[in-house]
Ligand binder design. Structure first.
Ligand SMILES: *Cc1c(COP(=O)(O)O)cnc(C)c1O
Length: 437
């Protein structure tokens, strides 16, 4: 392992005071979400029955580029922020590349991923508006764990619908949620109308994020003082995640560099947007010409192979219609280990940015992602989340191109989480049992 790994830290008072709302500065604004019944554009008020009101306003805010972070939220961010920016000398050496590779380490949060950056403000706004219960869906369990933790910080009860296959295969994430007092139900379940309908049609349904969202939304709609929360896809989630890129921009300046390429893995777009948007604002003005690459799994390729159109965010068709790149809301992705990337659609902001040519996409097969993850673990000493392995694999591809051309590019990627609760996936890889889909 390299001894030259270098960390760039910012003091606590440098935690951002405002989130960056890219919607206000996009050359083409995203098209509005539509009410599925009337096909009329949705207003913030239309979403009040489901989400905290302030989150609905943030979702639809296309005019203010900067949104104040409440002091109570910054206080909780202080538990783990600012997070380190690291120059990955070890990985550079292992690849023999002239590229300068940096990563933003979001794995240091108490729940081990970036998701807490949005769970904390979502729980905070619910609490401030008098909500007592929050509900959500979770796939691999990172979002559920983060929401359970954030709910406990603000004295809220959390009810989490976990995709059935993950509930069975990832028992430790369930234990984490339960440790923080959350109620966890495998989805599809018989506890909701949506779950009953799905199970009636297919009694052996393994569950998907879509089925779990349908159940959680139904619970929020039918329970007083209960709001639904979402860990990705929606614009307010990406907004909260911009603390990642805002810190990284300052830390890159400490290192005396600016990224030529910014890379993140892609599930619904929140960690990608969180890192990329603050840098992308300088592309809009023409001041910079950074490349942005979203790395998705080859088995769930909504960006590289999906279609741009209006689609539902969930299986049952409860959510508004969203203009996005999608594989279709009935798409059930294969059971890859990067559970957090198994979602059929992409957020509306990222979809518009991709359509307008502000970013690129790559798809990465499972084995290539773990090749890169193990190389990273051995060269940098951190076991990455299976999701993050996709960002690392895309970084490795770019670093190898630099080696071939001799270019000294600066590459920045997001380490969205660590993989210490995903060792069964590493076991499969190390024993040679892992397959590509
Ligand atoms: C959830 C998750 C992702 C994918 O979600 P995005 O919204 O696309 O960021 C990526 N990495 C980790 C570690 C996750 O938990």
């Amino acid at each position: 392992m390299s001894e030259k790994q270098k960390r760039y830290m910012l003091p606590e008072d440098q935690i951002p005071r405002r989130w960056y709302n890219i919607q206000a500065e996009m050359p083409t604004k995203p098209m509005p979400p539509l009410n599925p019944a009337t096909k009329e554009p949705l207003k913030a008020e239309d979403m009040f029955p489901i989400f905290a009101e302030e989150l609905c306003r943030q979702e639809m805010n296309q005019s203010e580029a900067w949104i104040d972070i409440p002091e109570e939220v910054r206080e909780k961010y202080k538990y783990y922020r600012t997070t380190p920016l690291v120059r990955a000398y070890g990985l550079e050496e292992a690849l023999q590349t002239p590229a300068h590779i940096y990563f933003k380490n979001e794995s240091v949060s108490p729940m081990g991923s970036h998701k807490l950056n949005s769970a904390i403000p979502q729980a905070y706004y619910c609490r401030r508006e008098g909500v007592t219960h929050v509900t959500t869906e979770t796939g691999a369990g990172q979002w559920g764990a983060s929401l359970a933790y954030a709910a406990s910080l603000f004295g809220l009860e959390a009810a989490v619908y976990q995709v059935k296959i993950s509930y069975e295969q990832k028992p430790y994430r369930r234990s984490v949620m339960q440790t923080f007092g959350a109620h966890v139900t495998p989805s599809p379940s018989m506890s909701t109308r949506a779950g009953k309908d799905i199970l009636t049609a297919n009694p052996r349904h393994q569950g998907s994020l879509g089925t779990a969202i349908s159940e959680a939304v139904e619970l929020a709609r039918t329970t007083p003082n209960c709001k639904y929360t979402l860990g990705s896809v929606l614009s307010h989630v990406a907004l909260h995640q911009t603390v990642i890129g805002l810190e990284a921009e300052k830390q890159m300046a400490l290192a005396g560099e600016y990224p030529d390429i910014v890379i993140a893995c892609f599930g619904g777009g929140s960690n990608f947007g969180g890192l990329a948007f603050p840098f992308m604002r300088h592309n809009f003005t023409g001041e910079r010409n950074t490349r942005f690459i979203a790395a998705e799994p080859a088995s769930c390729p909504k960006l590289t192979k999906g279609e741009f159109r209006y689609d539902f965010g969930d299986e049952a068709g409860y959510t508004p219609l969203l203009p996005m790149y999608t594989l279709g809301h009935n798409f059930v992705p294969p059971n890859v280990h990067a559970g957090g990337l198994r979602y059929h659609g992409a957020g509306v902001i990222v979809s518009q940015l991709l359509k307008d040519g502000f970013m690129e996409t790559v798809d990465i097969a499972q084995l290539e992602s773990f090749d890169a993850g193990v190389l990273f673990a051995r060269s940098e000493g951190i076991i990455p989340a299976p999701e993050s392995c996709h960002a690392i694999a895309a970084t490795v591809r770019e670093a190898i191109k630099c080696k071939e051309t001799g270019e000294e590019k600066v590459i920045l990627f997001n380490l969205s989480g660590h993989g210490l609760i995903d060792m069964s996936a590493y076991d499969k890889y190390l024993s040679g049992d892992m397959v590509d889909y």
